[in-house]
Design a protein around this ligand. Structure first.
Ligand SMILES: Nc1nc2c(ncn2[C@@H]2O[C@H](COP(=O)(O)OP(=O)(O)OP(=O)(O)O)[C@@H](O)[C@H]2O)c(=O)[nH]1
Length: 187
């Protein structure tokens, strides 16, 4: 019998310059670039093994959002899981995480989404504005996984995507192998 390939679509969202592209590039291409080039939008593909199964991840790196940015349809429809990124050195970017999650929930007309909240740039110890405990509390309140990462030092980068797959899979009934991608009620 052919082995089923599990394909999962993941959107990476967050405020500007929090380190979304650096996180994805470190994960997919194993490189870190110090300079800042604002992202337009880019998709990456990478396979991982999670609990003995191979997953092909399609990862959408998105342009930085602010509270007034409308959520684009392609970041809500057809997405299985979300990586919501802030920088540990920016409280404003941490507050954007809740705003973004609420926007996704509203847009998709659901109560819950598979989601990992990521405190990026964990190497910036002396500029820290958001404590790890605050991250854990917000994650718990939103039924999400959480982790702090440094794309620069390659810390916990792979873990983000393992956690995202875990969040997607743990919402699946045991007899279902393909998760429903978020569908917008307004279509
Ligand atoms: N110290 C440190 N700097 C980082 C880290 N990750 C990213 N940066 C830097 O932060 C800046 C912004 O990083 P990006 O990855 O482009 O951020 P982004 O969230 O994709 O930005 P937008 O495209 O505007 O949304 C760049 O100068 C990166 O080098 C990190 O883990 N540690």
């Amino acid at each position: 019998m052919p082995v089923e390939i599990k394909r999962r679509k993941i959107a990476v969202l967050g405020a500007r310059s929090v380190g979304k592209s650096s996180l994805v590039k470190q994960f997919v291409e194993k490189q870190f670039i110090d300079s800042y080039y604002p992202t337009i939008e880019r998709a990456y593909v990478k396979s991982i093994v999670h609990k003995g199964y191979e997953y092909v991840l399609e990862i959408f790196d998105t342009a930085g959002q602010d509270e007034f940015s409308p959520l684009k349809a392609q970041y809500a429809i057809g997405i299985h899981g979300y990586v919501l990124v802030y920088s540990i050195a920016s409280r404003d970017s941490f507050e954007m995480v809740q705003i973004l999650r609420d926007k996704i929930i509203d847009y998709c007309g659901v109560m819950d989404i598979p989601c990992v909240i990521v405190g990026a740039k964990s190497d910036l110890h002396s500029s820290r504005q958001v404590q790890t405990l605050e991250l854990e509390k917000v994650a718990e309140a939103n039924n999400a996984a959480c982790v702090e990462t440094s794309a620069k030092d390659d810390i916990n980068v792979g873990r983000v995507f393992q956690l995202c797959v875990q969040e997607i899979e743990r919402r699946l009934p045991s007899n279902q192998t393909v998760p429903p991608a978020n569908r917008c009620l307004l279509q």
